[in-house]
Design a protein around this ligand. Structure first.
Ligand SMILES: [Zn+2]
Length: 231
């Protein structure tokens, strides 16, 4: 048995499954896989624990943590994980959404495009960076435009796969707006593809979710037109 196999505490078969999922970017569920005790620890306790483990990772890599430049890194990373880039794991951080009456009787699609987001690939813990384009047709209620950005950011701030991020945003909008007429397109760059592995700096990944009225080809075309895409 090789040393990394002992560290992972898995069988050979499990290791090849881990490699396969990592390389193929398979998503296993629409829900982010969370443990039942995911929020048993407070944020402060999580920071303490991650700091300790990240220090171990750095030491294992052979880094000298007495160096001025490195000594604060474990705590900095731990705080960044819990308070920033993975803060969307905690439902307590979900944006509260106020609904307004659709007073203008605007019955066409509303498109909010080019919502910049930063996420992290759950297979490699390196960044996914991209744009989300979202559309909905009001069935009587509307939400503030910035709330759409906040919903995108909330789900992006998790270890993610792009397919799940796309569906989670769409499902949340459907729930909040009380309509199935929702479309989400995400166009993103994965650093696990561009900066390592196959090192393809040009490829982008596009995912989409259309439901309700957006299943109609003409609606879809209209949406693509607003996005500047040819349908
Ligand atoms: Zn990855």
């Amino acid at each position: 048995m090789k040393p990394n196999e002992i560290l992972l505490n898995t069988t050979d078969n499990e290791i090849s499954l881990i490699d396969l999922i990592g390389d193929e970017h398979i998503s296993t569920s629409v829900e982010t896989p969370l443990r039942a005790d995911a929020f048993a620890l407070s944020d402060a306790e999580k920071v303490e624990r991650i700091e300790k483990h990240f220090r171990e990772i750095m030491l294992t890599l052979g880094l000298d943590l007495t160096d001025d430049s490195l000594c604060g890194t474990p705590r900095r990373v731990a705080k960044m994980y819990v308070k920033e880039i993975f803060s969307g794991l905690n439902p307590a951080n979900k944006p509260s959404i106020a609904l307004f009456d659709n007073k203008y009787k605007y019955n066409e699609m509303l498109v909010e495009k080019d919502i910049t987001f930063y996420s992290n690939c759950e297979h490699h813990f390196v960044p996914i960076m991209g744009k989300a384009h979202v559309a909905y047709i009001s069935n009587g209620s509307v939400i503030g435009l910035s709330k759409i950005n906040r919903i995108v950011h909330y789900f992006a701030k998790r270890p993610q796969v792009q397919e799940r991020l796309t569906v989670q945003i769409a499902e949340e909008l459907k729930k909040v707006l009380g309509t199935h007429d929702v479309a989400v397109v995400i166009d993103a760059v994965h650093l696990c593809v561009s900066s390592r592995g196959v090192e393809d700096i040009n490829s982008r990944t596009v995912t989409s979710h259309y439901s309700g009225a957006f299943g109609d080809e003409n609606r879809k075309k209209e949406f693509f037109t607003y996005l500047g895409l040819n349908a």
